[in-house]
Design a protein around this ligand. Structure first.
Ligand code: IPM
Ligand code: SF4
Length: 416
């Protein structure tokens, strides 16, 4: 039977000929938690009374959401996670070691893997061709102990990308456009599979951005094929041996096909307070911005540092607009330093934050004041997301964010 990428991966893993709607039990290649969901997951695992982890070296605990810790209770959560990792031989990624989904892409995720995580943006690894999905803490606890989990095989929407992005229009604009088109619940429990010449031409870093936000349309997974671009990325990470080529079958059956002409896309912005409340940047030009935040598992990569530095080099941020930049990993930060991007950004008035989630979910490092507006390269803008329900969050690409830091208002990057 011709298979979509999801059907191919789950068939490979289970040894069955799976089809949408089937309930299957699949081995899990990686199981991960982060510091806000990890304590609950660990307590659930301990309550199972299992003597050990099914696969300790493929069980990863990330301390990245509140890193370094801003208050006592979170610090105690961190010590709890560190002790569990030590006692059970799990992998610990500690303060300053980067955002979980960035590290999964850099160090662990492989095409064809099944990855579960107690974090909704686990889907990011779909950019490398892995069936990667977020789950509740109790499901991940079971995967910790059993090394497997159950799935209902999702139907697949095929998103065919054609054409070429204009200057300063990026992968972030593609996924914001798609979510605006189908809605935050437009792909609930579906597999979003990206293909076509526009996808084939995308570097993996762009694919990671798009896969990362598949969950913002409700998708179970967001998948790209594994091709030469995937091999190039894995080789850059020193992991060429992890590469396998993985494509859907020519005659795979999709529940829906959506065509997107990349050349027709504009810089796109998600307005408060939902990700699908999108508009072309031109409709929002002139809105005052008190804080620009560049970073996160969506757009905190070296390519983002370059895009921001290229716009800000030789300029200064608007004095009324704070500019916060959080590289997504030490590898990104060090490369950004080697390339001079970090220096460019600091000279433009940026505050460089430690590799981690920073102010993305409002725990620390950039909580908004009443009535303040933040333009963020993250993936969520819900009411109160950055720590204050009296603050407003607009989501945009890195070029739009950098251009807006210069002018102090929402700005089309093609105009700076
Ligand atoms: C805190 C965690 C449960 C959450 C998620 O799972 O996505 C966070 O990472 C986020 O980005 O909202
Ligand atoms: S950077 Fe933001 S979206 Fe990504 S894992 Fe951290 S909190 Fe979640």
């Amino acid at each position: 039977m011709a298979k979509t990428l999801t059907e191919k991966i789950l068939s490979m893993k289970t040894g069955l000929e799976v089809k949408p709607g089937d309930i299957v039990v699949s081995p899990v290649d990686w199981a991960l938690v982060q510091d806000t969901t990890g304590p609950l997951t660990v307590r659930e695992f301990l309550s199972l009374g299992l003597p050990k982890l099914a696969n300790p070296t493929h069980t990863i605990l990330f301390i990245d959401h509140a890193a370094p810790s801003p208050q006592k209770q979170l610090s105690c959560d961190h010590t709890f996670l560190r002790k569990f990792a030590k006692d059970y031989g799990a992998v610990l990624s500690d303060v300053g070691e980067g955002v979980c989904h960035q590290i999964m892409a850099e160090k662990y995720a492989r095409p064809g893997d099944v990855i579960v995580g107690a974090d909704s943006h686990t889907v990011t690894a779909g950019g490398l061709g892995a069936f990667a999905t977020g789950m509740g803490s109790s499901d991940v606890a079971a995967a910790f102990g059993l090394g497997k989990t159950w799935f209902r095989v999702p139907e697949t929407y095929f998103i065919r990308l054609t054409g070429k992005l204009q200057r300063h229009v990026t992968a972030k604009d593609v996924i914001l456009h798609l979510i605006g088109m189908i809605g935050a619940d437009g792909a609930t429990y579906k597999s979003l599979e990206f293909g076509g010449p526009g996808a084939a031409a995308m570097p993996v870093t762009d694919r990671l951005t798009i896969a990362n936000m598949a969950v913002e349309a409700g998708a179970k997974v967001g998948l790209f094929p594994s091709d030469d671009a995937t091999l190039e990325y894995l080789t850059q990470q020193g992991r060429s041996q992890d590469h396998i080529r993985l494509f859907a079958d020519e005659d795979a059956v999709y529940e829906r096909v959506i065509d997107i002409d990349l050349a027709a896309l504009e810089p796109t912005v998600a307005r408060p307070h939902t990700v699908d409340n999108t508009a072309a940047v031109g409709e929002l030009k002139g809105i005052k911005v008190d804080q620009v935040f560049i970073g996160t598992c969506t757009n905190g990569r070296l390519e983002d540092l370059k895009l921001a530095a290229d716009i800000l080099r030789g300029k200064r941020r608007n004095p009324a607009t704070r500019l916060l930049v959080a590289p997504a990993s030490p590898r990104v930060m060090l490369a950004g330093m080697r390339m001079g991007y970090i220096q460019d950004l600091v000279q433009a008035g940026a505050t460089i934050l430690p590799p981690g989630c920073a102010g993305c979910l409002g725990v620390h490092q950039g909580v908004l004041g009443d009535g303040e507006t933040c333009l963020s390269t993250a993936n969520r803008n819900f009411l109160g997301r950055m720590g204050n329900p009296e603050g407003l969050i607009y989501l945009a690409s890195t070029p739009t964010a950098a251009a807006s830091a210069v002018t102090g208002v929402i700005t089309d990057p093609r105009e700076v």
